[in-house]
Design a protein around this ligand. Structure first.
Ligand code: GDP
Ligand code: CA
Length: 334
């Protein structure tokens, strides 16, 4: 356990968040909001390390769903009702792609969203790395955060099924709605992938690392599987605070329970905490935030050596997300 930063350091507070898409972006909005309210906010550093396991090539363009969810949400141009893509998007190009039989019939690409994918693919073909592409995409809107992919390598998540076949995570998730029971999630090549430039440095220099309430298996899992990232989290002087994506024994949105079952972890705040592990016991967490609905499991988590804070965890709006971040920072502020 590290000593915790001093309140006097507020002007230079450096926060790193590990994040997936929708849960990650709601949480990131909370981090930005919480930082804005702090004295000396302008000097704070906020870096988001984003899962790229969801990425794929489709109709000749590179998609980065979790990166785009975070960019669009921080820019305020996301479709909040639908939960993905751009607000006010249309699907003319998608209809034409379908007529050509290009792409996946069950996977819709909005026109504005396709503009993002075309721009990204063009820059990749010009020779920019994914890190450089994301840096470039981040200039269009004032995001209030530095976005880094977990790696520049293409390590798309594959879902292995019981019959020996496997499919891309996006097909399993979007087409089959996670109804096919997975036996394993793989990121082929990830053991040879390097963290993107700046990731290890950001973790090493952080005051606080926050693990967003993202899917522990297919969002946070791939980030932790990039060689060096887990070690950096264990070595940093920063406090590592995780936020439970499970409330009252249920996933809030999505199908994380199916993913957790595949890796033998119960859908509970305590089981996910045990999965991440206590930093004092070869794991990652100094502190774990759980919802009031799960308060009864606080003692069990504490016995594992993880300081546990009970607080409302519903990210219904920016203020609610910011309150979660306030609670996380308060837990480690010395
Ligand atoms: P994805 O990449 O779009 O699937 O999004 P993430 O992996 O970042 O987040 C998905 C997870 O966020 C789900 O498994 C939910 O359990 C969790 N989640 C969604 N909304 C909330 C919320 O309001 N509060 C909490 N604590 N977790 C949430
Ligand atoms: Ca995702």
């Amino acid at each position: 356990m590290t000593s915790g930063f001093q309140t006097g350091d507020a002007a230079t507070l450096r926060i790193v968040v590990l994040a997936g898409g929708v849960g990650g972006s709601r949480f990131s909005i909370g981090v930005r909001e919480s930082l804005r309210r702090r004295p000396g906010a302008g000097a704070s550093g906020f870096t988001i390390v984003v899962n790229t396991g969801d990425d794929l090539w489709l109709s000749g363009v590179r998609l980065q769903p979790d990166v785009d969810s975070i960019v669009y949400a921080l820019a305020g141009v996301n479709d909040t009702a639908r939960g993905w893509g751009r607000e006010g998007d249309s699907e003319r190009v998608n209809a034409e792609l379908q007529a050509w039989g290009s792409g996946w019939p069950w996977f819709t690409l909005g026109d504005l969203d396709l503009g993002t994918h075309l721009a990204r693919t063009g820059w990749l073909r010009d020779g920019l790395s994914p890190t450089q592409v994301i840096e470039r995409m981040s200039r269009r809107w004032p995001l209030g955060a530095t976005l880094l992919p977990m790696t520049d390598a293409e390590v798309d998540t594959q879902v292995a099924l019981g019959d020996g076949t496997s499919m891309h995570f996006q097909e399993w998730w979007t087409r089959h709605r996670a109804t096919l029971e997975p036996v394993r999630f793989d990121n082929p090549g990830i053991d040879r992938a390097a963290p993107a430039a700046g990731v290890l440095e950001a973790i090493a220099e952080a005051d606080v690392v926050l693990i967003a309430p993202s899917n522990p298996v297919v969002s946070i899992g791939p980030i932790l599987a990039v060689p060096g990232i887990r070690e950096a989290l264990r070595a940093t002087d920063a406090s590592v605070v995780g936020v439970s994506p499970i409330i009252g024994g249920r996933v809030v949105r999505g199908m994380a329970d199916v993913c957790l079952r595949a890796i033998g972890v119960d859908t509970s705040a305590a089981a996910v905490a045990a999965h991440y592990g206590a930093r004092s016991d070869a794991g990652l967490l100094d502190v774990w935030l759980i919802a009031e609905e799960d308060a009864a499991s606080a003692d069990e988590i504490e016995r594992r050596g993880i300081r546990t804070v009970v607080t409302p965890l519903w990210m219904k709006d920016a203020a609610a997300s910011a309150a979660i971040v306030d609670a996380a920072l308060a837990a480690v502020e010395g």
